[in-house]
Design a protein around this ligand. Structure first.
Ligand SMILES: Nc1nc2cc3nc(NCCc4ccc(CCO)cc4)[nH]c3cc2c(=O)[nH]1
Ligand SMILES: [Zn+2]
Length: 373
């Protein structure tokens, strides 16, 4: 079996679970945050630094690696682990979402999606079979089924037709799964913001017995309370002995409230993306280091933080680097933001062990600020 999920305990205060996902490249302690390395690198951070930060798994993208450098190159390199020198688990997203969020001129049919590369405009086509061939070449430990992430908002009838096609595509992914012993294929539940369609999608996909289930179609601009409604009606329909992965979610508040609702895995570009413009997550909420008030502030970014950045550099120095567009500044804010979220998840796992996750959540929001993202 490519992966097995070990449920260690369920929190008495909430629906949160402490677990472990065992993979051929190591164990993932859950609930887990996955740093995003879209083009085979977590931007500006080395694999050694990711290990120092204690990231257990990273995410890469089928769409990006298909259009550059091409999955055959990665296959010839011996797979993504060798290519990027990362020997811990890798999850690859299947490309559906990226095609819709990045490329223009795309046509969706039963067969798959025709689109133009956002790099050079080449006309390309990805089908469920193609998405599986690419992920097979990449050699990721966890592959995602090829799906359609319905836009938000979207008409009921469109979402229903779309989820039913996503279910048929999931069957085609299963049928073309070349190495189920080495790679786990996760299905992706769709259904927009409609409870009955979410139920339909969950029941259709869980009847096919995948090793793990993702909840897609969220974090697409909907209000947070809608996202939580969808989780409340979807998570209970997923098997308790398999991992649940909420795609594209990674703000501190959503990691906490998603864990409370029984989500085991999260990914988001947020910490790395906002770091590049100097926005940082600190125990007192968001801090935009470009702000002039930090020009002569020689204290650490976050006094409560023990990361490499907060141990060795001042706000004044980091602000100077970001203003001067120095890459080292982006490395420092990225290291801090990744540490902040990975540390948050370590504390979430500790709070579940001690049956006090709800208390931990309320304490966290008192200092971080409820409406932060
Ligand atoms: N295969 C598949 N992949 C997905 C990836 C997703 N990623 C998201 N949301 C990410 C949203 C997101 C994008 C950028 C930033 C940076 C700061 O603005 C933060 C969040 N939702 C998602 C849904 C799906 C989905 O249904 N299927
Ligand atoms: Zn720090």
């Amino acid at each position: 079996m490519a992966i097995t999920y070990e449920l260690i305990k369920t929190c008495k205060q909430t629906g949160a679970r402490l677990g472990r996902v065992h993979t051929p490249h190591g164990v993932i302690e859950t609930p887990a945050f996955m740093p995003v390395g879209t083009q085979a690198t977590v931007k500006t951070i080395s694999p050694e630094e990711l290990k120092t930060l204690d990231a257990h798994i990273i995410l890469s993208n089928t769409y990006h690696l298909f259009i550059r450098p091409g999955h055959e190159i990665v296959r010839q390199a011996g797979g993504l682990h060798k290519f990027m020198n990362w020997d811990r688990p890798i999850l690859t997203d299947s490309g559906g979402f990226q095609v819709f969020s990045l490329s223009n001129m795309r046509k969706i049919s039963e067969e798959g999606v025709e689109f133009r590369s956002h790099l050079n405009g080449d006309k390309l086509f990805i089908s469920p079979e193609k998405a599986m061939e690419i992920q097979n070449a990449l050699g990721s430990d966890i592959m995602m089924a090829f799906d359609e992430c319905a836009p938000y908002p979207a008409e009921y009838d469109y979402v229903k037709k779309s989820l039913e096609r996503t279910t048929r595509w999931a069957e085609r992914c299963l049928a073309s799964h070349a190495r189920p012993q080495d790679q786990a294929l996760f299905a992706i539940v769709q259904g927009g913001m409609y409870e009955d369609l979410r139920r339909q999608s969950a029941l259709e996909l869980t009847s096919m017995d995948f090793p793990g289930y993702a909840i897609g179609g969220l974090s697409v601009g909907e209000p947070k309370d809608l996202m939580y409604n969808v989780l409340d009606c979807t998570v209970p329909l997923l098997p308790t002995n398999k991992p649940r992965y909420l795609m594209g979610v990674g703000s501190p508040d959503a990691l906490l409230d998603g864990s409370i609702r029984g989500i085991d895995m999260f990914d988001c570009v947020l910490p790395t993306r906002i770091a590049r413009n100097g926005t940082t997550m600190t125990s007192q909420g968001r801090l935009v280091i470009r702000n002039a008030k930090f020009a002569d502030d020689f204290g650490p970014l976050d006094p409560e933080c023990s990361c490499y950045t907060c141990t060795n550099y001042s706000r004044a120095y980091i602000r100077h680097l970001i203003k001067a567009d120095e890459t080292f500044g982006i490395r420092l804010t990225t290291i801090h933001n990744l540490h902040f979220l990975l540390e948050l998840m370590r504390n979430v796992r500790k709070a579940i062990m001690e049956d006090r996750l709800l208390d931990f959540r309320n304490e966290f929001f008192e200092t971080y600020g409820l409406n932060e993202s």
